[in-house]
Design a protein around this ligand. Structure first.
Ligand SMILES: Cc1ncc(COP(=O)(O)O)c(C=O)c1O
Length: 395
C-alpha cells in the first residue's frame, strides 16, 4: 500500500500540521481514509463543505458545467458569473459583486476597494483598522491585517496601513480613527481566533461610528457567511449592514471561489483597477450558484439554526458533567468548546481514533463546523464519541 504521508513529507512544503489520516472519499457528513475507516466530519473542510461531501446538487452542477464550458477569460461575458452575482445581490444588502478565488484574496481585494474609496472620497485616507485575534488570510497584506502576532512575526516588515486594536471594544476603534483611516475591517464572529462572539451592541456601535466618520465598514464573512451562523450572513444577527462584505469558504461548498460584495456607493473600482484570471470562472460560479440555490430552496439556514441550538444545548449538558469545560461559544454551526487546560490536541486525536473529525482552534479549545445539512442523530453520535474521550480525561 502506498505510504502517501511519507510521500507528502518528501514532496510538499511543510506548512500544515496534519493529522495522520489520508482521506480518499466523502459522502454527506462522512469521509473514509485509505484504509477504509470511516469518520464523522465535524471539520467540514474548515467551514467549507456546507452541503457535506459530494452533494448531488453540486455534482450535477459541476458535471453539467464541465461539459459546457470550464474556463474562459474575463475578457468575455459568461452566464454563471452573472447568475451567481444576481443571486447574491438579491439575497443580501449589497449591490455589486467581484469574484475571486479564496478568502484572503477577497479580503485583500476589499481593502483595495476601501483604499480606492479613500483616494477618491477621503483625501487619500488608506489606513484600515482591524481587530486583535482576527484572521483575514495569508497574503502579506492580510497577514498585516490579521491581529495575531504569531502570524506576523516571521514576515516583518509587513505592508503598512493596518492598525490592530482590541476586538469587541468600540472605544479603541474610535481612538485609533484618524484622518488617515479609510475603513474598519472585522469578522462579525471571529472564527480562527477561537470563535469569539462580540457583545450584542459592538457591531452596531462600529456601524454607527463608520457612518459618522464616513469611513467604510468591511465585514469579513469568509467563515461566517452562507448560512454558517444560522443566518444567511452573520451581519443579520446584529441589525446592521456592512458597506463591503467578503465571502469564500461555504460559497462554493468545496469548489474554490471568493467574492467581494459592495454597496453601490462603495463599488468604486474602475475598469482595469482590479482583476483575476480565474475569478468568476464558469465552473466555480455554476457550482456556487447550485450550492446557494440549494441552501435557499431547502431551508438549510433554518436547519443550521435548529441543529446548531441542539448542538449547543447538548454541549451544555456535557459542561455540567465535566468541570474542565469552561466555555461554549458560537452561533449556528460554528461553535467552540474551551477547556481549562491545553488538552485540545489530545481531545482531537482521541476523537480521530474513535471516528470523529474535530478541529483544534486553540491549544485549549476545539471547534465544530460540520456541514449545515447535519441532523440531531449526527450530533448525538459526535458528542457520544467526544464524551468517551472526555470521560477518559477526567478519570
Ligand atoms: C474570516 C476569514 N477570512 C479570511 C480567511 C482566509 O481564507 P482563505 O484560506 O480561503 O484564503 C479565513 C480562513 O480561515 C477566514 O476565516
Amino acid at each position: 500500500m502506498t505510504d502517501w504521508q511519507e510521500l507528502e513529507h518528501k514532496y510538499l512544503m511543510n506548512v500544515f500540521k496534519r493529522l495522520p489520516v489520508t482521506i480518499v472519499r466523502g459522502k454527506g457528513v462522512w469521509v473514509w481514509d485509505d484504509r477504509g475507516k470511516e469518520y464523522l466530519d465535524f471539520v467540514g473542510g474548515w467551514a467549507v463543505n456546507v452541503l457535506g461531501h459530494s452533494h448531488p446538487a453540486m455534482v450535477k452542477a459541476l458535471t453539467k458545467q464541465a461539459r459546457e464550458l470550464i474556463h474562459v477569460s474575463n475578457q468575455f461575458y459568461t452566464v454563471p458569473q452573472v447568475q451567481l452575482a444576481e443571486l447574491l445581490v438579491k439575497n443580501s444588502c449589497l449591490d455589486r459583486v467581484f469574484f475571486c478565488n479564496s478568502g484572503a484574496e477577497a479580503s485583500e481585494g476589499a481593502v483595495k476597494l476601501a483604499r480606492r474609496y479613500g483616494k477618491l472620497n477621503l483625501k487619500g485616507a488608506y489606513e484600515v483598522i482591524t481587530a486583535t485575534k482576527s484572521f483575514h488570510g495569508r497574503t502579506l497584506a492580510m497577514t498585516a491585517a490579521t491581529g495575531q502576532p504569531h502570524f506576523q512575526e516571521p514576515y516583518i516588515p509587513l505592508p503598512e496601513g493596518f492598525v490592530n486594536v482590541e476586538f469587541d471594544n468600540l472605544d479603541v476603534v474610535k481612538k485609533a480613527t484618524t484622518g488617515k483611516t479609510c475603513a474598519v475591517m472585522l469578522e462579525p464572529i471571529q472564527g480562527e481566533g477561537g470563535v469569539n462572539v462580540p457583545s450584542a451592541d459592538y457591531l452596531k456601535g462600529i456601524r454607527g461610528w463608520c457612518t459618522e466618520r464616513n469611513i467604510v465598514l468591511i465585514l469579513d464573512e469568509v467563515q461566517t457567511g452562507v448560512g454558517r451562523t444560522g443566518k444567511l450572513f452573520a451581519y443579520e444577527h446584529y441589525g446592521i449592514e456592512p458597506d463591503i462584505m467578503t465571502l469564500a469558504k461555504g460559497l462554493g461548498g468545496g469548489f474554490p471561489i471568493g467574492a467581494i460584495l459592495a454597496k453601490q456607493k462603495f463599488s468604486v473600482f474602475g475598469p482595469g483597477e482590479h482583476g483575476s484570471t480565474f475569478g468568476g470562472n464558469p465552473l466555480a460560479c455554476a457550482t456556487g450558484y447550485a450550492v446557494f440555490k440549494y441552501i435557499l430552496d431547502n431551508d438549510i439556514v433554518g436547519n443550521c439554526c435548529r441543529v446548531g441550538q441542539y448542538l449547543f444545548d447538548s454541549l451544555e449538558k456535557l459542561r455540567s458533567k465535566y468541570d474542565f469545560i469552561v466555555d461554549i461559544r458560537g452561533k449556528g454551526l460554528l461553535v467552540a468548546v474551551e477547556f481549562s487546560s491545553e488538552i485540545a490536541d489530545a481531545v482531537v486525536r482521541g476523537c480521530l481514533d474513535k471516528g470523529l473529525l474535530l478541529n483544534m482552534v486553540k491549544p485549549n479549545a476545539v471547534r465544530f463546523m460540520p456541514p449545515l445539512i447535519i441532523g440531531r442523530r449526527e450530533v448525538d453520535e459526535a458528542l457520544g464519541i467526544l464524551e468517551k474521550v472526555l470521560s477518559r480525561k477526567s478519570s
